[in-house]
Design a protein. Structure first.
Lengths: 344, 269
């Protein structure tokens, strides 16, 4: 209940503190977000309580002095404060609601990215709320068509019958085959890759390499990278004879970098980064098209897909500004973080 | 406090795995043809075997070496060396498992790959787990050696027994429960280990037929698939969590009861 004595100014500091904590604002953002209103808004969008375990140790540098003691209160006191302003916040939500809310549904590949973009959008446009739900690209299309969602997320190119929808690509997802740098093989045809993954070719000798067994590195079930790979090579999960199954991209790269006879596939963004930073891997071209960020960006690289936001009509208002925001360089760092390739 | 927390965790696991018991059924976990959760096939036995073999292998390696290390520290090493050696073992116990995993992935696995491809294998898992549980077994065994009343050793020496005879006839019988406690704690840790295993074992769902086969353990399966699992698949992962939890609790409880018996035995004389 110390909060009451601290009055309005103190409360404002707590709001700042928690918004800092939950959204990972940069200090600059906090400095700019001076209005009481803004701070309230960010609190309403907390999807989970702020991490109270860290609240004692984290020191938001930009928070002004007067109430800095509040930050170091005991956990119990912090909880009390937390509940207290939750009550305040909820008593004020109706006033904020009319500022705008967007419902976005669809591809589970895109959901983490769009959710991050949404969080940033909310901070730049106080009073808005971006609600992201997954359910697959088909749901994204369906929801956009029947108006269940304002925007649908579709992680594939639109089909001809879906042309009536308005699509805006926000990024690309590309997958590259990787080999160890010491592997003398510089090129593989799609048929060869397919044969390796289905167990028909088991020795590098067959494709002009060393006389050594091939180590096939595959992704764990459910990963979108696996999905795209299977679809491109028209393979099914059961056909694949893998020797190693990996979780994330980094693990795949380390596995291939440690085994000269391995073949694997990972997101182009990660592979490019690691290859240019001294990791001994080589990115294979597909159909003679090199695996670079540029070929993914212009859509010529075959094993890639656009990540698209679709709307039923020409987007207006909030939807329009959200789509424009998602296509702007302001979110490029978020796109890189998810191993996608941003627009040029 | 800790007890109620444990109870809450178990209740949570039960609640999350309940849909799987209802819709998939226990028999599917042992009778389905394979593990293809997207096609509603939920065979858990290969991963169960993966976990069992990796744990068993590492314990078979770590138990004798751990006990020998403990004997070395307690009875053979000069005092200074004993202290240094003990500190080193303690340090080994403190290394985070992900560091072991990383080391395994960039050093151990390529070595095995050169010897017998593909590299990520049951063997790699066993070796990594061995390094991780060796300190536990050593330290617990050494502590129980240290608890043996000095009078025992004095009497044995007075009878003219050699050092090895004393160890075999006096030290081992007296400290038996302590040694087994250490082994059980090691087993519990090996069962639950996830990150390092995930990185070095290859994660292919198959019952291993030899040491160089890649395996997937129950823990690795949870870590790999939880983020993307939905519905029954997700529930099934919770079931495997429940199974692991039960195994670990069993071993820890056995270790605890033995530890008390060991203390009783040591104080009786």
């Amino acid at each position: 209940m110390r909060l009451i004595y601290c009055g309005y100014a103190g409360m404002n500091q707590i709001f700042r503190f928690f918004s800092f904590n939950s959204h990972h604002y940069s200090p600059e953002t906090i400095e700019k977000s001076d209005s009481y209103q803004h701070n309230l808004v960010t609190i309403t969008h907390l999807r989970q309580p702020p991490n109270l375990l860290f609240s004692k140790t984290m020191k938001p540098h930009s928070v002004a002095q007067p109430s800095s003691s509040l930050i170091n209160t005991s956990t119990t006191a912090t909880w009390l404060n937390f509940f207290f302003f939750i009550i305040i916040v909820f008593s004020q939500t109706p006033a904020l609601a009319n500022k705008g809310k967007l419902v976005i549904t669809g591809s589970s590949t895109m959901a983490p990215l769009v959710s991050e973009i949404g969080k940033r959008f909310e901070t730049v446009h106080p009073g808005t709320r971006i609600d992201v739900q997954t359910g697959g690209s088909s749901r994204g299309i369906a929801d956009a068509v029947n108006g269940m969602a304002d925007i649908g997320m579709v992680s594939r190119a639109l089909k001809p019958q879906e042309d009536a929808l308005h699509g805006a690509t926000i990024a690309h997802d590309g997958i590259t085959m990787i080999l160890h740098q010491d592997n003398p093989v510089h090129k593989l045809t799609n048929e060869q890759i397919k044969a390796m993954y289905s167990g028909a070719i088991t020795n590098w000798k067959t494709v002009g390499g060393m006389n050594a067994p091939i180590t096939v590195v595959n992704k764990a079930a459910g990963r979108s990278t696996l999905e795209l790979f299977l679809q491109y090579f028209s393979l099914s999960t059961r056909q694949i004879h893998a020797h190693v199954i990996i979780g994330d991209n980094e693990q795949g790269i380390k596995t291939v970098a440690g085994n000269p006879h391995a073949i694997g596939y990972v997101s182009i963004g990660t592979a490019r980064y690691d290859a240019t930073h001294g990791v001994p891997i080589r990115l294979l071209p597909l159909h003679d098209i090199p695996a670079t960020l540029e070929t993914v960006q212009d859509g010529t690289f075959p094993l890639s897909r656009p990540l698209t936001l679709v709307t039923r009509q020409q987007p207006t208002g909030l939807a329009q500004s959200f789509i424009e925001f998602s296509r702007s360089p302001a979110v490029h760092d978020l796109i890189f973080k998810q191993y996608f390739v941003p627009l040029p | 406090m800790a007890g109620s927390l444990l109870l809450l965790i178990v209740l949570f696991l039960l609640q999350e795995s309940w849909p799987a018991f209802q819709h998939v059924g226990l028999s599917s976990y042992f009778n389905d043809s394979d593990w293809y959760p997207t096609e509603d096939l939920y065979l858990l036995t290969p991963m169960l075997w993966g976990t069992v073999w990796a744990t068993l292998g590492s314990v078979l390696l770590a138990a004798p070496l751990g006990i020998l290390s403990a004997l070395f520290i307690q009875y053979y090493a000069p005092p200074l060396l004993a202290i240094i050696y003990r500190r080193l073992i303690e340090l080994l116990a403190g290394i985070p498992s992900v560091v072991f995993g990383l080391w395994g992935l960039v050093v151990l696995v390529p070595l095995i790959a050169r010897w017998h491809p593909p590299g990520p294998s049951l063997l790699a898992g066993i070796l990594i787990l061995f390094l991780m549980i060796l300190p536990t077994i050593t330290l617990v065994a050494q502590t129980s050696f240290a608890q043996i009343p000095v009078s025992f050793l004095h009497s044995a020496t007075a009878l003219g027994l050699s050092r090895w005879s004393i160890i075999r006839k006096v030290v081992f019988p007296t400290a038996k429960a302590g040694i087994i406690t250490g082994i059980f704690l090691g087993v519990a840790r090996a069962l639950g280990e996830t990150m390092a295993i995930l990185m070095v074992c290859g994660n292919i769902v198959q019952t291993p037929s030899h040491l160089f086969d890649p395996i997937r353990t129950l823990t690795a399966n949870i870590a790999l698939e939880m983020a993307y699992a939905l519905g029954n698949h997700r529930s099934t992962l919770f079931v495997s969590g429940l199974l692991l939890m039960a195994m670990v609790v069993l071993f820890v409880m056995m270790a605890e009861s033995l530890r008390h018996r060991n203390l009783d035995a040591a104080t009786k004389y």
